[in-house]
Design a binder for this molecule. Structure first.
Ligand code: AMP
Length: 491
């Protein structure tokens, strides 16, 4: 285990990518494989696909990157025109094959496959209850809890009611792709914390965490799955049925998806991530611009912020020049997953190298999307000085991260977060910058066209939209209750 906050939320966090496909005749395995490639940034620990050929499930789940987890033979043996897939992020807790997904089980009324992105806050409770009823668990992840609960409900109810019952019991963040026998479904939690969208391709339909996965299949984004909605893909790739199972007054979309996690070429909740990042960059200039000789992004996620920032600056006749003064070595893993501080520092140095000519004898602003522990910015400020920068200013395209994420983004524990107990000027001193400014929460809400009440801002306010033991919540957390008959929505 690393030093993250391990409240008993029922298992490790699941910061992942999910996909589901229903096609006319063609095998689903290859499109699923391509879609997982497009979602690789959402998880590098394991990759898996489960398909169904009308008679039985076929599964291949392995540790490692998508490209390493499958070979031609693996894809060939994944028969059937329907299937689901998953990429999993390396997290604390169980970094082992028992947590790799899709999770699959066979039970009395058929087979079930499940891919989960998000994190339940009451999985422990449900696990204990089901274990007392004789359910045997093979992993400590919350996905298996959902699978068992759903399997149990499917013994008594039809598909839509069974999903609705499970949704009324589980609480927290979840975007799921589910396969029950040869029916593929997508479900988004009633507050829509993690993204999930629907796409149409030549011979069928796709559900995916991000629209970039639909693009690689030459498909069209149809729309986002709505919070609280169940989408059932029709067999033969004919279309889909939509059921609005729960409606809540407020959503809790994760703003950090737009700031850092998602691909810039994805559209999430009707917003192109790239545009949001550019708008955030513009807002950063408006709120705390500093007219240095040069502004440079921390690649890759800082790029769109810096270009928006430079554009807004130039519109006001500031002389700041946009330059790519930091080069990234793509083959170094995310610094975040390095086990020790020393290894993290080494990884930043391996990963990012300055171009001396761009920096020497000039005043510089570095733009990054976020500061977590402060390792990256501390190292970069020092590097800039080492290659001769006159001044080094840091601007961050998100508010200070002061609290952990329990909803599926792998942050750090409170003790590790540099902003949890420091003011902005103190952090500026700590990273030895000439100045440091973050973006305001209101600027984030504006760029996303959302009210603050519809966003999950837990990591920047310390108040969460869910009921988490030992933390405060920013709303009335009503668990959805089983209500009226589920009605199909037209689509
Ligand atoms: P740190 O060096 O700990 O301050 O982390 C900040 C850097 O990590 C920034 O360059 C971010 O782009 C990146 N980052 C932010 N959040 C995450 C995350 N959840 N996982 C991996 N990297 C992250």
């Amino acid at each position: 285990m690393t030093g993250r906050d391990h409240r008993d939320l029922g298992g490790p966090t699941e910061k992942c990518g999910v996909v589901g496909v229903s096609l006319d005749e063609r095998a689903a395995a290859r499109p699923l494989y391509y879609a997982l490639y497009a979602l690789q940034h959402r998880g590098q620990e394991s990759a898996g696909i489960v398909t169904h050929d009308g008679f039985q499930q076929h599964s291949h789940v392995e540790m490692g990157l998508v490209g390493d987890a499958f070979d031609e033979d693996d894809i060939d043996q994944l028969n059937g025109p329907v299937g689901i897939g998953h990429v999993r992020y390396p997290t604390a807790g169980s970094v082992n094959a028992s947590c790799a997904q899709p999770f699959s089980v066979s039970f009395k009324s058929g087979s079930l496959g499940l891919s989960h992105n998000g994190n339940l806050v009451n999985a422990g409770e449900i696990r204990d209850e089901l274990a007392n009823l004789g359910h045997a668990f093979t992993s400590d992840g919350d996905t298996e809890v959902i699978a068992h609960d759903l399997a149990r409900n499917l013994l008594e109810e039809d598909l839509v009611r069974a999903v609705k019952r499970t949704m009324s019991r589980i609480h927290g963040s979840y975007s799921l792709t589910i396969m029950h026998d040869d029916t593929v479904m997508g479900v988004r939690d009633p507050q829509g914390n993690r993204p999930l969208c629907i796409g149409e391709i030549d011979d069928g339909y796709v559900l995916a965490s991000e629209s970039a996965a639909i693009d690689v299949l030459d498909g069209e984004l149809v729309r986002d799955v709505k919070p609280g909605e169940l989408i059932i893909l029709q067999p033969d790739g004919e279309g889909f049925d939509a059921y609005q199972l729960f409606e809540q007054e407020n959503t809790a979309h994760c703003f950090f998806e737009h700031v850092y996690f998602a691909r810039p070429d994805s559209v999430i909740d009707e917003k192109l991530v790239y545009d949001v990042r550019r708008d955030l960059g513009r807002a950063l200039w408006d709120e705390s611009g500093v007219d240095t000789d040069v502004v440079m992004p921390v690649p890759d996620s800082g790029r769109a912020f810096a270009s928006g920032y430079a554009e807004a600056a130039q519109e006001e006749d500031a002389s700041v020049e946009f330059a790519e003064g930091l080069m990234k070595n793509r083959y170094v893993g995310r610094t975040f997953i390095m086990p020790t501080q020393d290894a993290r520092e080494r990884a930043v140095r391996l990963k990012l190298n300055p171009i001396k000519d761009v920096v020497e004898d000039r005043t510089v602003t570095i733009i990054d999307d976020s500061i977590v522990r402060g390792t990256t910015s501390t190292q970069l400020v020092q590097l800039m000085r080492d290659v001769g920068a006159d001044e080094v200013h840091v601007r961050i395209g998100a508010p200070p991260i002061i609290a952990p994420c329990y909803m599926g983004i792998d942050m750090a524990s409170r003790e590790e977060l540099i902003a949890s107990d420091r003011t902005v000027p103190e952090i500026g001193d700590e990273i030895a910058a000439d100045s440091l400014e973050y973006l305001s929460i209101d600027a984030v809400a504006d760029a996303l066209d959302q009210s603050r009440a519809d966003l999950c801002l837990g990591c920047v306010t310390g108040e969460y939209p869910y009921d988490i033991e030992g933390e405060t919540t920013d709303r009335d957390v009503d668990r959805p209750v089983i209500g009226s008959e589920p009605a199909a929505a037209d689509d």
